[in-house]
Design a protein around this ligand. Structure first.
Ligand SMILES: NC(=O)c1ccc[n+]([C@@H]2O[C@H](COP(=O)([O-])OP(=O)(O)OC[C@H]3O[C@@H](n4cnc5c(N)ncnc54)[C@H](OP(=O)(O)O)[C@@H]3O)[C@@H](O)[C@H]2O)c1
Length: 299
């Protein structure tokens, strides 16, 4: 009898909470969709900015924006440190492209970029349609063996530089603008031997998702992208990871296509691929000990 009462009370509370959550979700999504419709139609030319464009995801984002009419822009700015790689990319893009080589962890270089972009928007009648924040890096190893300097370098490019770039660009964006923030499936849980990488991605994941709520009120969308590991970019080798251990790894073009499509539908989160989607759904329910064990096997 007591058990039946407890089960009934628990079941009712569980269902009521679930129902309220679903209603809030639907209302918020409708509200967000309406906010995103507030695009200002004027005669400005459209601009896209892609960071991390010298290889991997960034390069493929630039290629997709250039070739797919759905994502049409009048000009692209491509950013990374390796100028020669950016020049090579520029030569195969069909959209007028500006190569802007810089180290995004260098404050002065970022200030120069801010001044450059402000001037461009003011004098050339541009509106920023996309910011693709794809620059990033990570390295496998034990935190204490890597040392704080190496870890902080990862933190700077994956977190601090992303925040700086987002501020520079979002301040110049108007309604209808879109930001893609590349995080990672590593943002969902702690990871041994990729500790700072996971922590830096958790930071930018939370930051971008919170900022989305603020920017939506100005008609600007942020889609945070959390892919599982991708084998055809430079990341895995630079991070000194063992690609043979990875379970169902992804291809860069798939991640780019899926996340751009999720962005155009105004989604807050994009988890391309099976592993990332499972992690998104179940990551919060599984104890860290189990997740750390699985990561040891597959990462
Ligand atoms: N590959 C994966 O398995 C995977 C999975 C989930 C998430 N991600 C994330 O996806 C993003 C792109 O990675 P990817 O796989 O495309 O790797 P990638 O091929 O190594 O590309 C990283 C890009 O970031 C640029 N970059 C790194 N440090 C920079 C700095 N200080 N200033 C300016 N640009 C810098 C690199 O260019 P330069 O070296 O020329 O500066 C390069 O263009 C990263 O944020 C990564 O964490 C990757």
């Amino acid at each position: 009898m007591i058990l039946r009462v407890v089960v009934t009370i628990f079941g009712t509370v569980f269902m009521a909470t679930g129902l309220i959550a679903i209603i809030i979700y639907i209302v918020e999504r409708i509200k967000y969709k309406n906010l995103l419709k507030e695009k200002v139609h004027n005669q400005s030319k459209e601009l896209a900015i892609v960071t991390g464009a010298s290889s991997g995801l960034g390069r493929d984002y630039a290629k997709l924006i250039s070739k797919n009419k759905k994502y049409h822009v009048d000009e692209l700015i491509i950013i990374a440190r390796r100028e020669d790689r950016l020049e090579k990319l520029k030569n195969i893009l069909t959209v007028p492209t500006i190569v802007y080589p810089m180290d995004m962890t260098d404050e002065e270089e970022m200030e120069d970029f801010k001044a450059y972009l402000e001037n461009k928007i003011k004098t050339e009648n541009f509106e920023i349609k996309y910011l693709i924040n794809a620059a990033g890096s990570g390295i496998k190893g034990k935190s204490l063996e890597l040392g704080s300097a190496r870890e902080i370098k990862t933190l700077k490019i994956n977190s601090e530089a992303q925040v700086r770039m987002t501020h520079i660009v979002a301040n110049l964006m108007s309604a209808g603008g879109n930001i893609i923030q590349v995080a990672s499936v590593a943002a969902f849980n702690p990871m041994e031997d990729l500790n700072m990488y996971a922590a830096s991605k958790a930071f930018i994941y939370t930051y971008a998702r919170g900022l989305r709520g603020e920017l939506l009120k100005r008609g600007i969308n942020i889609t945070t992208v959390c892919p599982y590991f991708i084998t055809d970019t430079e990341f895995i080798d630079k991070a000194k990871m063992n690609r043979k251990k990875l379970f169902m790894p992804l291809k860069s073009k798939h991640v780019v296509k899926k996340s751009m499509s999720d962005m155009s539908r105004g989604f807050a989160l994009s988890t391309p691929g099976f592993v990332a989607t499972m992690d998104r759904i179940f990551g919060g329910l599984v104890p860290d000990e189990v997740l750390l064990y699985l990561m040891r096997l597959f990462v």
